[in-house]
Design a protein around this ligand. Sequence first.
Ligand code: AMP
Length: 417
Amino acid sequence: MQQHIDTYDFKGKKAIVRVDFNVPLNENFEITDDTRIRAAIPTLKKVLEGGGSLIIMSHLGRPKGVDAKFSLKHIVAHVSEKLGVPVQFADDCQAADAQAAALKPGEVLMLENLRFYAEEEGKPRGLAEDASDEVKKEAKAAVKASQKEFVKKLASYADCYINDAFGTAHRAHASTALIADYFPQDKMFGYLMEGEIKAIDNVLQNAQHPFTAIIGGSKVSSKLAVLQNMLEKVDNLIIGGGMGYTFIKAQGGRIGNSLHEDELIPEALSILENAKQKGVNIYLSVETLVANEFSNESATQIVPSHEIPDGWEGMDAGPKSLKIWKDVIASSKTVLWNGPVGVFEMSSFAKGTLQIAEDLAEATANGAYTLVGGGDSVAAVTRMGYADKVSYVSTGGGAMLEALEGKELPGIAAVRK
Ligand code: AMP
């Protein structure tokens, strides 16, 4: 049975907590953005304040085996500072028995990077590229078999399990999903996870209407499932960024050198047709800031999005598009934003994306519920200083995307089931 962190009695208990401490480090192994660490602190403090002890586990990067570059020891001091208590370190997540057993209430142990073991992800490593299907199958079966022991060991350290790693909730890994089975009566979400789940529910289950989704980014192919799921939920769908040009081309527009996927034109047309049938208003960009090359210093001009001259490519939404979108956003009670509406990494083409961030902040001030999910849109609101001016900023790019596709995330399902 799923427990709740607010009501669970942590007194004298050891809690093993899966967090997402996959933070960016510079070449001196200093943390360049500690958002993910700060996001997990309320959960960790709750356990300690409730009289429990903590075993913290996470992955960092994509190591292929034990690799000092990806050691979590680099972040121990920072976690300790944020928690306000000393943090011990177990330099092998599979050999922490004694340290875990010795933990007293109020004490904290952090395990070394779980992904030093292939069993965490349950995927074989080091296979030759040309390995036969038979060999691949055997290797997979071998990792799956040893994964059971791996999970059992982690579970043996603790009395209860908390999943607070939304960033990896879309993965059915040992520490994010499988381990929950060892705590049938003592498993729960942490506060970060609770917040993310509530935010998702606020838009997917309980949205106030009118509901507008703004979906941007580079490719239709990577957001096709999100677009399809959104059609079932929203009143207005704004499609911006590089992916918009596939739709404009599908409608017979001239898009010059703009990014597009010809093979997705049938899907784009079916989304447009579906929207019509469902009464969903689609807002493509009507005006585009185009450049004569993919560079911040290129020559630019503003043209209708359906008439982009040869040799030019769409880089950002033009003022007319932004005005239309602004009005749609302002008249909405729920707004979801995923993906930039231009090549916002280049300052010359960031205006549209930053404008959307501002529109969301304004809508929030006027009482709308606004959710920003996905790495780039999150970066845009943060850059504008608006992270506190929208209702919720998601910490998980891939996980949020899968949730928006309507999938049940394994990390969530494992605790709920
Ligand atoms: P995604 O990962 O699919 O959310 O896409 C994010 C990327 O889309 C960012 O790196 C943007 O630079 C890129 N992007 C947005 N608009 C355009 C555009 N008009 N042309 C090319 N890339 C774009």
